[in-house]
Write a protein that binds this ligand. Sequence first.
Ligand code: ASP
Length: 583
Amino acid sequence: MLRTHTCGELTIKDAGKKVTLCGWLQRSRDLGGMTFIDVRDRYGVTQLVFNMETNAALCEAARKLGREFVIKVKGTVTERSNKNAKMTTGDIEIIAEEFEVLNASVTPPFTIEDNTDGGEEFRMKYRYLDIRRNPVKEALLLRARLATEVRNYLNAQSFVEVETPVLIKSTPEGARDFVVPSRMNAGEFYALPQSPQTFKQLLMVAGLDRYYQIVKCFRDEDLRADRQPEFTQIDCEMSFIEREDILNTFEGLIRYLFKTIKSVELGEVPRMSYDDAMKFYGIDKPDIRFEMKMVEMNDVVKGKNFKVFDDAELVVGICAKGCAEYTRKQLDELTEWVKRPQIGATGLVYARWNSDGTSKSSVDKFYPAEEQQKWFEQCGGQQGDLILILAGAKDKTRKAMGELRLEMGRRLGLMNPNEFKTLWVYDFPLLEWNEENKRWSAMHHPFTSPKTEDIPLLESNPGNARANAYDMVINGVEVGGGSIRIHNKELQQKMFSVLGFTPEEAQSQFGFLMNAFEFGAPPHGGIAYGFDRLCALFGGSDGIRDYIAFPKNNAGRDVMIDSPSAISPEQMKELGISLLAKL
Ligand code: ASP
């Protein structure tokens, strides 16, 4: 080793020791006769002292060192007179006796400090410098710890880690595939896996019983802030189980991670049907850190000559506790908020129960005070509360109210970032109607089993069939999802036919899976967690990029290595492909 210690470990106990440290020059300060240099490595920062009086030549030389120079310093650990309680090494400094420049550095394009002046694209371009900064480094260390603990938990439960191939064949999991041309089979293409779904099922047919993999998945989708074209899943599958076994096993995983990594005891993890989630929260991933459930009000508002409510399929309200004081201006502003195209409501009705006992609504003309009292009763409102009401077509109105509920939660500070509320949502619809292609598509994926009692609906009313699928939601974020799978050839064939595949298409694309089902496939099911998102959640951040060593930007580009990029005509020829036109 070039060093005796790291830059993060020396304390007052080491006073008097002769040490050698290596690291990057973080900061340098000349104070008259002394020069102080902070030297940094992955483990921390240590202060070096060079003294003009005792060693002028050394001190002069040290003054010439620039930011991010890589240095090796020998010296003696000494107690500081001016201690810094914020640093682990803050009680000591190293009186430098000699140093060596291991490598020089040009001036870094942004300051390598916790709070940097570098914009995001710039930081991605020089990602290796960004990772020198504490927040990004800590995010990667957290990720590594999480991965280790995931393995610890699953290994202890007899899960076996198996790698599945990356060059595979297109699987319809809802997104577009990334494809890779094959040189040896010119004119043919591999696809990169959207997930190892069919492989993990085949491993169950193979008898491995419990599988997991922390695995890269690839989806060619339009990117949003928390999406990357390549992302990581904790991918799992189990045999001879029912839904409850999966929910218990993976609730156990999340509990274990919160306990070991954050010292947080997860409370009870409630279970909610998709139908209830939509009815009470207007979203399939409810944030249950706060209550404010949606309340259907058709029975108390209809028939009073207010056309908007009379014509609406659904009238739904929420009760904002203690908000009767909202001013006209605040209410107008909320009305504008729900009318934005993203939310799409046509208007907002309110009623407030004032502190003087009177009540006031925006539709007093149709609903006198005693009618408004019925609303408060229905919504569980009390004096001092405000009721907000939306009306319209059922699904649309539920969604809009779901958004308004979240917005009120934000405005009222009801979403405590240090509180973690986990929830299972299950019994999703099996299918969704794709208006564009005029056919059904699988809401989860085509390998998800319908609920046994709903199998006959595949013939009679596919839209009403429920899937034996489940999502884990933490604080309104979907962190994982999976299902009990189809393990029988006939049912899988039936499913493909409902999805509009001819028997030939189904056989050519999924023959490998359906054939395997003929060789004694065990009942099985599984789940996959979005690992990047889980890391961000544990790190207390909204974005996943800091938790990925080398992320891509919103256009799917790696700006550091400048990819994607054109390939040479020779490479194209070898692959037997040409471009349609010069783009
Ligand atoms: N393969 C699924 C996905 O990527 C997860 C699962 O069903 O296990 O969403």
